[in-house]
Write a protein that binds this ligand. Structure first.
Ligand SMILES: [Zn+2]
Length: 243
């Protein structure tokens, strides 16, 4: 989710013309002799770390996360390769991905990304009171029934968009659970809403554990505990058939 474009150049970062040069060079490596379209680069205040490149009226428009202002040249080279390879559907060079990841996964960048999500992501969530279901009430019931009332408070809200693809989401940086507004409707049985909420509450619970693995949020242990939800099969079937 974006806010306003930013044009300032970081004091210690590369200037935008130099970054444009890096993208042109990456283009040449990927596309060989095909002439490179004119390139425009700008920083953008995305929520979290995010970058985009798209073709607009014959020009390449590059938007880099403003959290990358001070990224060194090799990281920007890797990023340019990744973004252009995606745009032109080329194979992603492994080294580029590794170089990019090393930088973006560094503790400092992760901290800054999380702070940005906290600050900028605040308005992406509507309150817990839907027109059909009230998430706070459902949360309290589930907490009593399945978590012995021990689950610490979580911010609850309905998404602003009605997504059928992403029905729920737990965000550790806000400690928030968002359910898709698509679920807040009389055609959706309560058990389904409860199940989606229960699933996200389990994520909140697992995050606190030392064995938590970011790369595998739906571990076997997670799936096992998910089965504790009484009507999980019914809910799952409904979701499979209707969403
Ligand atoms: Zn999940």
């Amino acid at each position: 989710m974006n806010t306003q474009p930013e044009r300032n150049i970081g004091r210690r970062g590369l200037n935008l013309a130099r970054i444009g040069g890096i993208f042109a060079e990456a283009y040449r490596k990927l596309e060989g002799k095909r002439p490179c379209p004119p390139i425009r680069v700008e920083y953008y205040r995305f929520v979290g770390i995010n970058h985009t490149v798209r073709l607009r009226e014959g020009r390449l428009l590059v938007r880099l996360s403003d959290l990358f202002r001070r990224a060194p040249a090799p990281v920007l080279e890797a990023l340019a390769t990744i973004l252009l390879a995606k745009l032109y559907r080329r194979n992603l060079p492994r080294e580029a991905r590794a170089a990019y990841r090393e930088y973006s996964n560094s503790p400092e960048m992760r901290r800054r990304a999380q702070a940005s999500r906290r600050k900028r992501g605040r308005k992406l969530l509507a309150g817990p009171e839907g027109s059909r279901y009230h998430l706070t009430a459902l949360f309290d019931d589930l907490n009593r029934e399945y978590f012995k009332g021990c689950m610490p408070a979580v911010r609850l809200g309905w998404s602003l968009k009605k997504s059928r693809r992403i029905l729920g989401h737990f965000d550790p940086s806000h400690r928030s659970i968002t359910l898709s507004r698509w679920l807040d409707h009389p055609r959706v049985p309560e058990v389904v809403v409860r199940f989606v909420l229960f699933h996200e509450m389990l994520h909140a619970k697992f995050l606190a554990r030392s064995c938590f693995d970011v790369r595998n949020p739906h571990s076997r242990r997670f799936r096992e505990e998910e089965q504790a939800f009484r009507e999980h099969e019914m809910a799952r079937n409904w979701i499979r058939n209707c969403s």
